[in-house]
Design a protein around this ligand. Structure first.
Ligand SMILES: Nc1ncnc2c1ncn2[C@@H]1O[C@H](COP(=O)(O)OP(=O)(O)O)[C@@H](O)[C@H]1O
Ligand SMILES: [Mg+2]
Length: 341
């Protein structure tokens, strides 16, 4: 269903200047520091694309997933769905229209699925809640979903605990697809799985995207996995998007030193001149450094980096990065960049 103000050129989801501050879990009653989980993050998810989101543990990936799926209302900033402000929508519409359009797959299928319900009920539940079709149609849809994720029919009677980790994650994917969403957000969907089944789940997601024309936000701390799947990549560091663009550009012509360090730390097909080893811990999100948050670990950092978070530099193809001392452009892609506020 399309609203009157919707146009096909609007991205599916757009985040503008998103801040999420949590109350710190520690700190006692008198001193409640804020955790800066996301700071001024702007991104868009376009129809049919896979947007990869990468960064170290604690950088705000799951918080961003929760914002994109409407589970977390940002402290500041605007979330729009097909051009409409998500948090200005009446709550009922947010639940029905937006809720049905976005499916979520979490990291750990053993906690994401109700252990007391058989697979049949787990898959039927969203259809029941959204009162889709007749009862017979819903039963049929459940079988279709099972088929879509490559599980045999007898799984319907099983409890999650009777399935393998990979099978459970297939059930979680099927449940996310139940309402025919336009977007799937998958938050580290393979991190809790055995290495041997990870590729199967990744291939399932790629295959479903192709068959169903879905958009996907794929989150991982592993840049090589993200590079394998994504059309576009956003790199997160301590709550900030530090680089974003077409996957080939972000990985083949990375301009932010942090992206370069992530890529150089994992084996890849591309030859990198030297391995960059980052020293020191990720700073606390309760008290992030001034200016560029990466400067405390960056080999290029100087006083200029402490002054302010660097404005975006943008190449004509939309590749953007926030850095005072960016990596040199790849020779075959030397294009002038413009700086913006
Ligand atoms: N509910 C919460 N209360 C307090 N702090 C939180 C909460 N959720 C996340 N955080 C903090 O916010 C930061 C980002 O967390 P998260 O989005 O889970 O990162 P990631 O998924 O990249 O590991 C971390 O410092 C984390 O400890
Ligand atoms: Mg996470």
């Amino acid at each position: 269903m399309t609203g009157p103000e919707e146009t096909m050129t609007d991205p599916l989801v757009r985040l503008d200047g998103i801040h999420v501050r949590h109350k710190a879990r520690s700190g006692g009653i008198l001193r409640r520091d804020a955790v800066h989980a996301l700071t001024d993050a702007s991104l868009e998810v376009r129809r049919g694309e896979i947007l990869g989101l990468v960064g170290e543990s604690g950088c705000g990936k799951s918080t961003l997933a929760r914002v994109v799926t409407g589970l977390q209302r940002p402290t500041e900033g605007r979330v729009s769905f097909k051009g409409r402000d998500l948090w200005e929508m009446p709550a009922a519409e947010r639940r029905t229209r937006f809720g049905a359009s976005v499916g979520v797959v979490f990291q750990d299928p053993s906690t994401a699925l109700n252990p007391r319900l058989p697979v049949r009920r787990i898959l039927r539940d969203p259809l029941d809640v959204h009162a889709r079709g007749t009862r017979a149609w819903r039963e049929e849809r459940v079988e279709e979903l099972l088929d879509l994720v490559g599980l045999p029919g007898h799984t319907l009677g099983a409890l999650p605990g009777q399935l393998s980790g990979g099978q459970r994650q297939r059930v979680a994917v099927a449940r996310a697809l139940a309402l025919e969403p336009e977007l799937i957000v998958a938050d580290e969907p393979t991190s809790a799985l055995d290495v041997s089944v990870r590729a199967q789940i990744l291939n399932l997601l790629v295959d479903l995207r192709a068959r169903l024309g879905l958009a996907m936000v794929f989150i991982s701390h592993d840049v090589q996995t993200v590079r394998y799947l994504a059309d576009r990549i956003a790199v997160l560091y301590l709550g900030r998007v530090v680089e974003e663009g077409a996957a080939a550009r972000v990985t083949g012509d990375s301009r932010h030193p942090y992206t370069e360090a992530l890529l150089s730390a994992t084996p890849s097909l591309l030859e990198r001149p030297e391995r960059i080893v980052l020293h020191g811990p990720v700073p606390s999100a309760t008290n992030p450094p001034s200016g560029c948050p990466f400067r405390t670990r960056c080999w290029k950092a100087d006083d200029a980096c402490a002054a302010a978070f660097p404005p975006a530099s943008t190449a004509p193809d939309g590749h953007r990065w926030h850095c005072v001392h960016p990596q040199p452009a790849a020779e075959d892609a030397a294009v002038p960049a413009t700086r913006a506020g």
